[in-house]
Ligand binder design. Sequence first.
Ligand code: GAR
Length: 196
Amino acid sequence: MVKKIAVLVSGGGSNLQSIIDNMDTMNGEVTLVVSNRKNAYGLQRAMDANIEAVHISKDDQALIALLQEREIDLVVLAGYLAILSDEFISAFPNRIINIHPSLIPSFCGHGAYGIHVHEMALQRGVKVTGATVHFVSEVVDGGPIIIQEVCQIGDLKYASDIQERVLEIEHRILPKAIKLFCEDKLKVHQERVTIL
Ligand code: GAR
């Protein structure tokens, strides 16, 4: 059975675009895009791809109801910059995937999102950074890790340059993780993910 995927976005939606562009390689289809921000460009990207696009601002119950009504198998957080309620998370156990722009457990948790993550990495002077795809649990950025990929920071001087380098990784590993999920190849046991 082809899996039905909902993607939640708050902003530009370049990760959403990478999923849409790789959809023909997956046993899954993005059937719904939801944003908590009305003007998120991600909603436009969805409409351009003939995908249902919905704006729901902070109302997790309405969101749960919509996702259940649409019989969504997998929820992907692709730059969704709102914290989901425990009720939401327990409605989709090990069926929510998030992309985070650092090597978790570095530079994650409350307040670590978007460009701020790269500012933190620059400030700390780390030599490498990267991106992480993980399942979402009740602990912010604390769920089982699916894929991580590293890149060098080298002599990059601006957070925006690091962001660009990390986004290249994100656009590769997020579709890859979704593809694995859709093929039932991700097994979670004791907080660890095994790729079958
Ligand atoms: C991405 O870098 C994503 O990893 C990050 O927001 C950006 C969204 O970009 N997410 C977080 O920081 C979550 N804590 P996009 O809208 O172009 O996909």
